[in-house]
Design a binder for this molecule. Structure first.
Ligand SMILES: *[C@@H]1O[C@H](CO)[C@@H](O)[C@H](O)[C@H]1NC(C)=O
Ligand SMILES: *[C@@H]1O[C@H](CO)[C@@H](O)[C@H](O)[C@H]1NC(C)=O
Ligand SMILES: *[C@@H]1O[C@H](CO)[C@@H](O)[C@H](O)[C@H]1NC(C)=O
Ligand SMILES: *[C@@H]1O[C@H](CO)[C@@H](O)[C@H](O)[C@H]1NC(C)=O
Ligand SMILES: *[C@@H]1O[C@H](CO)[C@@H](O)[C@H](O)[C@H]1NC(C)=O
Ligand SMILES: *[C@@H]1O[C@H](CO)[C@@H](O)[C@H](O)[C@H]1NC(C)=O
Ligand SMILES: *[C@@H]1O[C@H](CO)[C@@H](O)[C@H](O)[C@H]1NC(C)=O
Ligand SMILES: *[C@@H]1O[C@H](CO)[C@@H](O)[C@H](O)[C@H]1NC(C)=O
Length: 797
């Protein structure tokens, strides 16, 4: 499993130095592991985390989770109660106060503090404490690249929702660029009265930046500062305020709820021209900033959830993630649990660790987990070679070099002194001979060294005209580079180009401006999108839904580098990015529209509506994918979701039983759910997570017949008759009883059982297989995806 998140990410300056050093080491012949450069500029080099581990006696930032603030003994909790508890372990009131970093009191009960491992262990034994765990740093779930697209919501069916009017949507992210035109509030009504949030002032963020569109903005830096020291307010690249200097937060919040802005295009070039708007363009937005250079601490994220619950938001979109861990040790799962309990739907990014299985994170069943797919648009530029052969590749080439023809060189043939040809071809820092780069188009094969922007930086630093990068993975989407004339081609095309260079005395080429192509087969699941099964609870299918997350154009912070190269000082109002970070606010935006249409629906009902109306991806265009483990119920269908017919609702009792299936003790569950003793006793018999009333049915370790109960609520016409249609997974027979559901005005809620029985052929011993149960009343098709698979410890899991 890929660790998206390490406890010890470093602030940006350190990272960049390390990044440079590592890149150099690669040229000195050492094995270079794959580098992943996140939007933030944070470098997560997988084998680098060992470099700065924290010693056990040292104090670290811990989160002490004490469950719900609803239970009687927790009522009236204050920061005081927390520092008293802390003092009882640390020995003095003064040390208790100093050690306390956050007090979570609004939406849940708990605190964070600087503790040694043994102090943390002592606290975890205290009554009322559910769990104690170190704060870790989360990553932004962005790869790189994009175009704006937005789920197509034009049409009459949306007028009743008024595009989310009065629904309050929030992001927990890198903050917001408040002057962005997407926050124009012209014509908006006064702020809904239920809003209890505020616009926190801070460095370069006076309160007047909030308006009727951007109604709230807060920042949470205590956890980060407890670890890394005070934020340097003289550093112009950081702002101790809700202001976004990274770009990611402005991108996600404008996707989620940006106002309509006409005639937007990439850098005003006419590329991707159109009207930009968020999914819920009339919704009110609020930004909760938790990311600082190099790190988004989970202790700060939990504080953001705590305040968002207090403030009265309706939907939370969080494009951050850490490795999958037990839910009571996972701040996002905990924050989302209490948000859901208060009627707030939480949509979270599933991660960018695909295409391997078992990589999905943020997979708690109360979260709506997002996967990412392409849209029907591509940006390509052509490379014409001197032999009249033309290739094309993804590119956002806005610099005109066409029709001039330039010499074409293989970077492997122009190494700098003491650099081998193999290393030169990767085009790392100072690997090329400047004299031979100048005035040429250079072909680089970065190979395993996915530093991404350094081949083009090296070529342009040394005076090159354009760069052709050979990389199969990057080939799937267009990306913004420091210098515009860059095209990416596949390994196959790359070797044709290299052999053309080798075949002639004076190889030449030209590169055209990028053009937009529509009608590309879509959606295709992004290779980077994390896959199920969910390692923490494999009997709940994850991710839940797939939505656009490749080449998305949305608002950007002019203070941020558009290409993630710190030397890139261009200012952009809109930028392209790719990732499950981008699909998350698309889904959250549609959820906000449903909330506007159906204000009384629970988060589970909204989620069910989105899932049972989703469209599974076409396997013809998605070969070598892992089916439902990649896209869950399928691609979001906003129009279908508004009128789903039936919904799978979830009560707090359902979650209690689910927690029993997770092996938590009665007392832990009592504290978490905030119910009294009498109501929480886990059944003696083992509870299966498969029986949670979820809009999909999943069973890992499927060896014997299993029966699950599901309960559906009619939200369509009061009288309706639904009949079951079954699409059996390979090697499984599904029986449904009853197979007809008659709803009347008096019978809104009905249950059925689904029995999954193994047949003689059993492909699921080796792989996951998928089917579906569809309830059809002639007007609605309520699709419940079914997934069965091998044991967790099987190599095929
Ligand atoms: C804070 O930032 C300023 C401006 O970049 C820099 O000159 C100064 O050295 C920094 N201070 C610290 C303590 O890093
Ligand atoms: C749209 O923007 C382009 C480029 O910025 C500009 O040339 C054009 O006149 C604009 N069109 C309208 C209708 O405003
Ligand atoms: C390429 O095409 C042009 C015009 O179509 C032609 O004049 C030229 O001879 C061709 N070159 C090669 C190498 O085929
Ligand atoms: C190249 O290597 C030789 C021998 O190791 C060394 O003397 C020389 O300084 C190196 N040149 C450069 C430019 O690094
Ligand atoms: C270039 O051609 C020579 C001789 O035909 C061959 O040995 C060499 O491998 C080729 N190099 C590349 C990069 O294709
Ligand atoms: C779902 O259950 C909640 C309580 O758990 C209830 O408030 C709501 O009305 C139910 N139905 C729908 C469609 O949300
Ligand atoms: C559940 O608890 C049992 C008994 O305490 C233990 O053996 C098992 O490993 C636990 N399972 C999980 C998933 O934690
Ligand atoms: C899988 O199921 C078998 C039999 O039903 C059971 O003995 C085994 O413990 C299960 N394994 C896991 C990992 O749950």
């Amino acid at each position: 499993m890929i660790h998206l998140c390490t406890r010890d990410s470093r602030p940006l300056e350190h990272v960049n130095t390390q990044y440079r050093k590592t890149a150099m080491a690669a040229h000195n012949g050492s094995q270079l592991k794959r580098l992943i450069l996140w939007t933030l500029g944070l470098l997560a080099l997988k084998n680098m985390s060992a470099v700065h581990s924290i010693s056990t006696s040292e104090k670290q930032l811990y989160i002490v989770y004490m469950g719900s603030n609803k239970i009687p003994h927790a009522l009236g909790i204050t920061a005081e109660t927390h520092s008293d508890l802390l003092s009882s372990v640390l020995g003095s009131a003064a040390t208790g106060k100093t050690a306390l970093v956050h007090s979570y009191i609004h939406g849940l009960n708990g605190f964070s503090a600087m503790l040694s491992a043994s102090e943390a262990a002592q606290l975890s034994e205290m009554p009322g404490v559910v769990s104690t765990f170190p704060s870790v740093s989360c990553s932004l779930q962005t790869t790189r690249t994009w175009d704006y697209m937005g789920v197509n919501l034009d049409g009459e069916s949306w007028t009743s929702t008024n595009f989310g009017k009065d629904v309050i949507v929030a992001t927990i992210d890198t903050g917001v660029w408040p002057e962005h035109e997407s926050f124009d509030d012209e014509g908006m009504d006064p702020i809904p009265e239920k809003w209890k949030g505020e616009c926190e002032t801070g460095q370069s963020f006076p309160e007047f930046y909030c308006n009727r569109k951007l109604i709230g903005a807060r920042y949470f830096s205590e956890g980060y500062e407890a670890i890394w020291g005070q934020i340097n307010t003289s550093d112009p690249t950081v702002s101790l305020s809700p202001r976004d200097t990274e770009g990611h937060g402005t991108h996600t919040i404008t996707t989620l709820g940006g106002s309509r802005t006409t005639n937007v295009s990439f850098q005003g070039t006419g590329l991707a021209v159109g009207t930009a708007r968020g999914g819920a363009s009339n919704a009110r937005v609020a930004a909760y900033k938790v990311c600082w250079p190099g790190s988004c601490q989970t202790a700060d994220i939990l504080a953001a959830f705590d305040m968002a619950i207090h403030d009265g938001v309706d939907v939370i979109s969080i494009s951050l993630g850490a490795s999958a861990i037990d839910y009571f040790y996972d701040s996002i799962a905990i924050g989302a649990f209490h948000a859901t309990d208060k009627g707030i739907l939480v949509v979270a990014a599933g991660g960018n660790s695909g295409p391997s299985k078992a990589t999905v994170s943020n997979g708690a069943p109360w979260i709506l987990t997002a996967a990412a797919s392409s849209i029907d648009r591509e940006f390509l530029s052509d490379i014409h070679l001197g032999n009249n052969v033309t290739y094309s590749g993804p590119s956002l080439n806005t610099e005109k070099i066409d029709p001039n023809v330039y010499p074409l060189v293989d970077a492997g043939n122009i190494p700098a002194q003491n650099i081998t040809s193999t290393d030169a071809r990767m085009c790392g820092p100072d690997s090329l001979d400047a004299k031979k780069v100048k005035g040429n188009i250079v072909v680089c094969v970065p190979g395993d060294m996915l530093g991404i922007n350094y081949p083009e930086v090296e070529v342009y630093d040394k005076g090159g005209v354009a760069t052709i990068m050979v990389d199969d993975e990057l080939k799937s989407y267009a990306q913004v580079f420091r210098h515009p004339a860059v095209t990416v081609v596949s390994q196959g095309v790359g070797s044709h180009i290299l052999s053309y260079i080798n075949s002639t005395r004076s190889p030449v080429a030209t590169m055209t401006l990028s053009l937009q192509y529509l009608g590309i087969p879509a959606p295709i699941a992004a290779k980077f999108s994390s896959r199920g099964p969910n390692v923490i609870s494999p009997d709940v299918l994850k991710p839940d839904l797939i939505a656009p997350g490749v080449s998305i154009l949305a608002g950007w912070s002019p203070a941020a580098s558009p290409s993630e190269d710190p030397s890139d000082i261009r200012t952009f109002q809109y930028n392209f990015l790719s990732g499950t970070s981008m699909s998350t606010p698309h889904i959250a935006g549609v959820a906000a529209l449903l909330k506007a249409e159906h204000p009384d629906w629970s988060p589970a009902a909204i989620k069910s509506a989105l899932m049972t109306t989703a469209t599974p991806l076409d396997s013809k265009h998605n070969q070598n994918s892992h089916g439902d483990l990649t896209w869950g119920s399928g691609h979001i269908d906003p129009k279908g979701a508004i009128d789903p017919g039936l919904v799978y609702n979830t009560t707090s009792g359902d979650y209690k039983l689910f927690l029993c299936s997770m092996n938590y003790t009665d007392s832990q569950i009592r504290v978490v759910t905030g119910t009294d003793t009498a109501h929480v006793t886990c059944p003696k018999a083992r509870v299966s997570a498969s029986s949670l009333n979820y809009p999909t049915i999943a069973a890992s370790n499927f060896t014997n017949t299993i029966t699950v109960v599901r309960t559906v609520t009619n939200v369509g016409a009061p009288t309706a008759t639904y009949r079951a249609e079954i699409d059996n997974p390979a090697g499984v027979r599904v029986r449904v009883s009853p197979d007809v559901l008659n709803f009347t005005p008096d019978t809104e809620v009905l249950s059925y059982t689904a029995t999954l029985e193994p047949m003689d052929t059993q492909p699921w011993l080796k792989n996951w297989v998928f089917g579906a149960l569809i309830w059809d009343d002639g007007r609605h098709r309520v699709r419940t995806a079914i997934a069965v698979g091998p044991t967790v410890d099987s190599p095929f899991f």
